[in-house]
Structure formats: C-alpha cells, structure tokens
Design a protein around this ligand. Structure first.
Ligand code: EPS
Length: 405
C-alpha cells in the first residue's frame, strides 16, 4: 500500500527511515519492552550504561512512592553480543518491579479473559481517560490510563541511552536542566550548564543549575504537596556538538525543528515546545531577532553570536548549540482530588478519582526530553551519514565535516 502515511519519511514514519523504535507495555503490567531497528553494527553498549540513564529518569524531588521501589531492572534480549550491537534489532525489556514484589496488580492487569471488579469511572480532566474511553469504547478508564501513563517513558529512555551512545561517537552530547517549576523560574540570561556539569545538575534535587531558583522550586513542591496538589514546569534540553546539516529545508516532515517538536510534544503531559527563544523573539523587531554570523578564521568555521534560533535555521542544524524547551502541565492526578468531572456511569457531577501519584515529574521529564532529542538526532544523523558499521558512520561524518564549505 502506498498511502501518504506509509511514505512519510520523518522519524516516526516507515519508508526510508534509518532508525525506528517501538515500545509496548502498561504501567502496572509485567514489563515494558522497546525494539529499536537501524543502528549500525559495532556500537559498544552495556546494560550498565542503559541503567545509568534509567536511574537519572527516577530522580527528582516530588516523585511519588512508586519511584522508591521501582528498580527498572532491564534485560538486553536481542541485538547486542559481547557488548556491541550486531546491526540487528535491539530489544530491551524493563521489568515493572511492582509486578514482581507483590501480586497487587496480577488480577487487575491479567491478560487472561475476565473483568475488573473496580472500574474507574470518575474520569480525570486533562488525562487521556475520557477521550480514550470514548474513542476505544471502554467503560473502565484503566483500559486507557495504563498505556497513557508516563511509565512508558522508561522504555523510551532505554532506547535513548543507545541513541546517546551512538551520537557520542560523532561528538554530540545532550543534557537538560529544569528552568521553571510552578511559579519559580531561573532568571532570564542565567548561565547554562555544560556537559561537564551534568553531575551538578543531576545531584540537585530538582535538576536545576541555578541554586537560588532550585530552593524556590523545592518550596513550590512542598507547598503543592501539602495541599495534595500537583505542579508543572519547563525544562531546557541542550545539544552540544550537533553537526551542521541534520534535517532539511526541502519538506515539512524533514525539518529538524519540526521533528523535534513532534518528539517532545509526544511526551506525556507536555503541552508546549519552544526551539531557541521562539516565543520571546516573536515580540522583537527583525533587526534584533537573529543570531549574527561571523567567520572564525582560526577554527575555519562560521559562528553565530547568540542562540536565539536554538541551533536550527530553515529546519537544518547549523552547528550551534541546540536549544529545545518543553513545558509540562501539572499532572492531572491529584492526591487530594478537587477537579470537577462526571462519573461516566451515573453522569452525575463528582471529582476525579484518586490514584497514587507524583506531585511533579518535571525533573524526570527533562531526562525523557533528552531521550527524545537524542532519538531524533540519531535518526537524522543516520539518515545523513548512513553506514552499516559504527566505523563507517563515524568515517562518513568526519568526511562531511572535513569538506564543509
Ligand atoms: C504515573 C503515575 C505514577 C508514576 C508513574 C506515572 O505511577 P503509579 O500510579 O504506579 O504510582 O510514578 O511513573 C512511573 C511509574 C515512572 O516510572 O515514571 C502516571 O499516571 O502517568
């Protein structure tokens, strides 16, 4: 079949895609799984390397009880032998610790025929519950929420660890930091962290680089937690060493910024994406809204004097710092439910059901956003440089850089 969808060439499409991945699994089921295809052979990768990224995703003040016992125990099921990729699909399984530590979810999430004794019908505004039930014809919100849950991002982060490993061989490093939590913000123009300061960001309870702002953020979380409420915020992902020439101006679905926007927006609870200073620049005059270009004769490279465009121009990476921001809404599950809704059985007004939840997951979302940026960049780097082995991929990238006009 030759439908428009089948011919799409973006990161999530099918034809012509160099790197693709698919996750499966529910939040309280046995496990999550991710299958990645299209990585070159010979890429060194270990379970421990992936575990580091998984551990980073569990970080952050304000997470709920689940993160205290979730171990994200993972198994490399296929595609890796003796610590190196084979070029075949990589399959990674991440066990849900809760399934194995008790039988709490065994009946509720059993794949065998049966029915729940406790359907969830007081749907949460802002969550996928109601629209998902209507779309798929369900009478229990759990049929929707188990997959809509941000638990699924654990599988993405496993894939992202592999994508980051690939990118590291062409000098790309990706990190994130929290710049807003509720009403507490990092002041405009505050210094950005660099990759050698990643530990400092990760060691901070809210993954914020600005200590004063981080104190205010923790204060916000404590206050929201006291009220049984939740908080959203903004993270900034930074891509260092991104080569010139990823993405393209020639088609809407090949533009790097567009691919990044889709990838970031696909993260659960993300409602806004910004490349560079997109929103702030919209209010400026053209004469002060663009990054000036100069020639660095010593380095033999063009330079831009600022990062307003966020490292992409015309949908193509320009070799400057990549800047992508993601805005996360406050979680729709509240520890003290107050959100007005309707019970889908009685049609009577009520408040949404209570589930164990995080006060905020913004620090963790930063790690997921890094993952999505890494997956887009790895896909586009594979498209640009190709190669069946890591050596070939790196050789091609170096040859391109060496001949840049
Ligand atoms: C989530 C609700 C919480 C989070 C979960 C995402 O899970 P639970 O309902 O089991 O306590 O902890 O996130 C994760 C488990 C995770 O690993 O990120 C939700 O409703 O999206």
């Amino acid at each position: 079949m030759c439908s428009l969808t089948a011919l799409r060439v973006g990161s999530g499409g099918t034809l012509g895609v160099m790197l693709r991945y698919l996750t499966a699994g529910e939040s309280h089921g046995q496990a999550l799984v991710v299958v990645m295809e299209g990585l070159p052979a010979g890429l060194p990768i270990t379970v421990e390397q992936i575990q580091v990224e998984m551990g980073r995703r569990r970080l952050g003040y304000g997470r709920g009880p689940r993160q205290r016992f979730e171990a994200d125990e993972l198994t490399l099921i296929g595609g890796v032998r003796h610590g190196r990729t084979l070029g075949s699909p990589i399959a990674i399984e991440i066990k849900n610790s809760e399934w194995f530590r008790s039988d709490k979810w065994h009946e509720e999430m059993s794949p065998a025929p049966g029915a729940t004794k406790t359907p969830l019908t007081q749907v949460r505004p802002g969550h996928a519950d109601l629209a998902g039930m209507q779309k798929y014809g369900f009478t229990d919100a759990r049929d929707v929420l188990e997959r809509a849950s941000a638990r699924e991002t654990a599988a993405r982060v496993a894939a992202g660890a592999v994508a980051k490993a690939l990118l590291s061989h062409i000098g790309v490093e990706i990190m994130s930091h929290v710049i807003q939590m509720g009403a507490a913000r990092v002041p405009a123009g505050a210094p950005r962290p660099t990759p050698d300061q990643l530990d400092r960001v990760d060691e901070n309870q809210v993954r914020c680089f600005d200590l004063e702002a981080s104190e205010a953020m923790i204060g916000e979380i404590k206050a929201a937690a006291k009220d049984g409420d939740s908080l959203g915020g903004v993270v900034e992902v930074l891509g260092f060493g991104v080569p010139v020439g990823l993405g393209s101006h020639v088609h809407w679905d090949r533009k790097l910024d567009a691919l990044l926007a889709q990838a970031i927006m696909s993260i659960q609870a993300v409602k806004g994406v910004e490349i560079g200073d997109g929103f702030e620049v919209a209010g400026r005059r053209g004469s002060v809204a663009h990054d000036p270009i100069s020639w660095d004769a010593d380095a033999g490279e063009y330079r831009r004097g600022s990062t307003l465009a966020g490292g992409t121009e015309g949908g193509i990476s320009n070799g400057e710092l990549l800047v992508v921001r993601a805005a996360m809404k406050p979680l729709a599950t509240l520890n003290v439910p107050t959100l007005e809704t309707v019970d889908t059985v009685t049609k009577e007004s009520t408040v949404s059901f209570k589930e164990r939840t995080d006060v905020t997951a913004v620090p963790a979302m930063g790690v997921v956003a890094e993952t999505m940026v890494a997956l887009v960049l790895a896909t586009e780097a594979q498209r640009k440089f190709g190669g069946d082995s890591l050596d070939e991929f790196v050789r091609n990238a170096e040859a391109f850089a060496a001949t840049l006009p």
